[in-house]
Write a protein that binds this ligand. Structure first.
Ligand code: HCA
Ligand code: CU
Length: 400
């Protein structure tokens, strides 16, 4: 069974300009909890006092998911995090050659710091869930990662997270997440160490979700995601898409309530001031909208012709957009939707209007359709017909 770690409040707040006030963080966490994520990474308490307060409030809210704090591998950071009362701690430290050199530390020194921070946390809180992340793991020497992960596990880490910090991995290539998960797990098992494996996939190449699913295939047990994929640069895995695919296509998360996703996305989008892209999978405004006449005619008969995910399980509905691509079937379906019937000449006249408006670069929504219908009904039938004959709407629908 896969666990989902949501990092909207930690990684997501690293999106330039994004800040969630504490009351918004609480509302986001409440929805994440109801939706069914397992861990909420709530912030890095050493960054600001406000983050510290928010993490503390979240940790004491009695939510079902574990509330987690992020910390550098420093006792001072860990102390601040634990003082917030969290039940999950994520420490990180990069063991790439360049970083070690830049920090002027040897691998042994680095591993000692990581182990000391973890031991300190473990001693203070025996029941804490602890994760160690070798930042930029996938571009670091594998032997360094194995060494650091093994020592972190011995020091008390429950989870090792493979961070693809720069979205470097490519499924099916020689640098893929599936092999990485297998190789790391095997190397640690050889030392009789069996931490849970998490993955944190950035989206620099647009492959974050593909890499996360590659990790899932290899048996990773925790996947990080955020609402709208918010995070540094191109962000990380989009939570809604990940959960929808895992639920629908892999039978995970029977207990998840994905119908609350639209509410969560509206909330985060509004207070992050990041619009939901219209073509975002699953939560985008157009994700279940059919447009071209050929599509709407087939989809009106059976939506599955042009949909492989049912919108209802993520709290959405199929829709038809009216624009210059529309056909008569689009008009009929939309009139049906607003509970109106009209004769064929009105359908044609409406289609003509809709196509003209569509050519200005916008769609006609159901309210405007009602207004158009109203205006056309006032025209004498002859005028409607003349207008339509002069410029008959072209309507392209499937060949029978
Ligand atoms: C960061 C980098 C990080 C850490 C991930 C983790 C990454 O912003 O600190 O600690 O699990 O992508 O490597 O987000
Ligand atoms: Cu990250």
């Amino acid at each position: 069974m896969i666990s989902i770690l949501d990092s909207t409040l930690r990684e997501g707040e690293q999106t330039p300009g994004v800040y969630f006030d504490t009351h918004i963080k609480l509302a986001i966490a409440d929805l994440l909890s109801q939706i069914g994520v397992d861990i909420i990474e709530a912030g890095h308490p050493a960054v600001t006092e406000q983050i510290r307060d928010a993490v503390t409030q979240l940790a004491h809210r009695g939510l079902r998911p574990r509330i987690g704090a992020h910390a550098r591998s420093l006792e001072a950071d860990v102390e601040l995090a634990l003082d917030c009362g969290v039940s999950f701690l994520g420490v990180f430290y990069c063991v790439s050659e360049q970083r070690l050199e830049g920090n002027n530390v040897t691998l042994q020194d680095a591993v000692q710091r990581i182990s000391a921070a973890i031991r300190y946390a473990r001693t203070r809180r025996p029941d804490l869930m602890i994760r160690y992340t070798p930042e930029d793991a996938v571009r670091s020497p594998f032997s360094n990662v194995v060494y650091a992960a093994a020592e972190a596990t011995r020091a008390g880490a429950d989870i090792i997270s493979i961070a693809d910090t720069t979205g470097f991995l490519i499924p099916g290539s020689s640098r893929n997440m599936c092999d990485y998960v297998h190789n790391l797990r095997d190397e640690l098992a050889r030392q009789n160490l069996h931490p849970r494996i998490a993955v944190h996939c950035h989206n620099d190449r647009g492959l974050a979700l593909a890499n996360a699913l590659d990790a899932y295939r290899a048996g990773a047990s925790i996947i990080d995601a955020s609402v709208l994929g918010l995070g540094e640069r191109a962000g990380i895995v989009d939570l809604g898409t990940l959960m929808a695919v895992l639920r629908h296509d892999f039978g995970e998360g029977e207990q998840w309530n994905l119908t609350l996703l639209p509410q969560l996305y509206e909330l985060v989008s509004r207070f992050a001031a990041v619009p939901i892209p219209a073509n975002l999978p699953v939560m985008g405004g157009n994700a279940f909208t059919h447009c071209a006449g050929i599509h709407t005619q087939a989809a009106a008969r059976n939506p599955l012709h042009y949909q492989s995910l049912p919108p209802e399980f993520v709290g959405r509905r199929s829709q038809i957009a009216l624009d210059h691509m529309s056909g008569l079937s689009s008009i009929r379906a939309c009139l049906n939707e607003i509970g109106e019937t009209a004769d064929e000449s009105i359908h044609r006249a409406l289609l003509r209007k809709v196509k003209m408006i569509g050519q200005t670069g916008r769609t006609v929504d159901l309210r405007e359709l009602a207004l158009l219908l109203n205006s056309l009904r006032q025209l004498p039938g002859v005028e409607r017909d003349v207008a339509t004959v002069r410029d008959p709407p072209r309507t392209l629908e499937p060949v029978p």
